[in-house]
Structures are given as structure tokens and as C-alpha cells.
Design a protein around this ligand. Sequence first.
Ligand SMILES: [Zn+2]
Ligand SMILES: [Zn+2]
Length: 276
Amino acid sequence: MYADLHIHSHFSDGILSPKEILDEVISTSLESIAITDHDNIQGSIEAQKINRRNDYDLEIIPGIEFSCLENRQDFHIIGLFIDYDSPYLNETIDVMQKKRIDSIKKIVKFLNQKNINISFKDILSLAKGSVGRPHVALDLINKRYANNVNEAFDKYLSNKILFNIREPRMNVSKAIITIKKSGGIPIWAHPNIKDINFEKNLQEFIVMGLAGIEVASPRYGLNRQEIIINVCSKYNLLLSGGSDFHGFHKGIDISSDYGIKHKEFIDIKKYLNIKK
Ligand SMILES: [Zn+2]
Ligand SMILES: [Zn+2]
């Protein structure tokens, strides 16, 4: 594969630094990647700097991932080729970062009331960019309430336990508009094509300005890929994709397997040029 356009660094909920990610990437056949942290562009910016400074000779595509809520369903929208300096993008990121902090404070308060003595300050010190539940999990592990991240989520941090405390999400239209106003290409990440409303949602998102779908993701089997490819040609959408790598702990590699081919990558770049 040519490009992996969905990777997380330690600036959101990934484990590796941008430098460690680039060191992994150069041992693969990949020529291009996008670091697409949740509500955060620090990792993407850092990867570009390291790439230039150390002559990795990769193409780093600016990226971000937004969590969305629409019709009471969760969706993830990725922005590729966004302008890091866009005021509109940075304003949206600031709002989401504040909401993330509020949500973590609520989780700390909720667990403190159950005599789980974690602290917001300690959690924040574990986060490099976007603070989230994985950082609460680390604090729970540090304070011996759990042995590992999975146990911390099962015992304290699942949606069922935290009920109405959710990580912040925005409308899909807000995500798409933010990405487009920042010069980027909005992509629907890992869509659930088994959802009965899949095509109806897709049509709505296209009206909002959606440009593509992730065809390659470790979450689909190969038969699903074929369906997505057909849907993309029906609606004239771009094919994107990537590993959604967060670290090796999830058994997923930054690899050649879940990226996109050169032709699909070229189509994305052509779209960008037409748009300009
Ligand atoms: Zn996602
Ligand atoms: Zn992701």
C-alpha cells in the first residue's frame, strides 16, 4: 500500500510519539501518512517538522479526526489536507479541548464520589495534547485501581458506567464545515455499513460536503471493502483509508495492509487541486 491516512500519536490517545511513528513507517512500503489525532494537530505538525529535518522523505498529509453525534448516533469524520493555521480550525479545536477538560473533570468528580481517589491534575499531566479517558485509565493504573487499560475501562470508564458523561462530540455538519473552511477534505472514517441508515446518512453527509469514505480499515472484513468501493463509485466519492493505529497493544500495525493504493491517493490529490 502507498498511504496510511489514519494514525494516532501520543498527542491524543495513541502511544507513540510522531518520531516513533515515522521510524516505524520508514520500514514499510508506505510513502505517505496522515497523523489524525482526535481534536488535535500537534502530532501532525511535529511529524512534518521531523520529516523535513531528518530527511525521512515521506509525505506527511495534515490531518485531524473529529468525533460526532448526529441523530443520536456516533460518527467519526477525518479532515485531510487541512490548513494548520486556519483560524476556524483552531477555534473549533480550542472549543473541543475545553469540552474535553470539562468531561474529564466530571469523570473525576463521579469516581471521587465512589471513593476512587484519582486527581484531575495527575490525569492532565499524563496527556500531551487531547486529554481523554485513556489518560484517566493510566491514572487508575498508577494508583492501583486497575492492572491495565482494559480493566480500567471495564471497571470504571465504560459508557454504561459513566452513563451520560461522554467525550465531547460535534454535529457532523460542524465537522465537515470546519474541515472544508480549513481547506481540507472531509472523509467518513470507519463507517458502519451494516447500519440500516447507512445510505441515508451518507446522502445527508454528501449534501453537507462529505468528499470520501474510508475503504480500508482493520474494522472491516474484505467483503465490506467491496461494498464500500461500490458505494463510492455510485456517489462519486474518494476512497481513503488507514490503520487507525493507536499503538501495538491493539494488535494493529502501521502497515501496508490497511492503507490505500497509489491510484486512490492520486485521486485524493486531484480532488484537492480541482477544489483550489
Ligand atoms: Zn475513529
Ligand atoms: Zn481514529
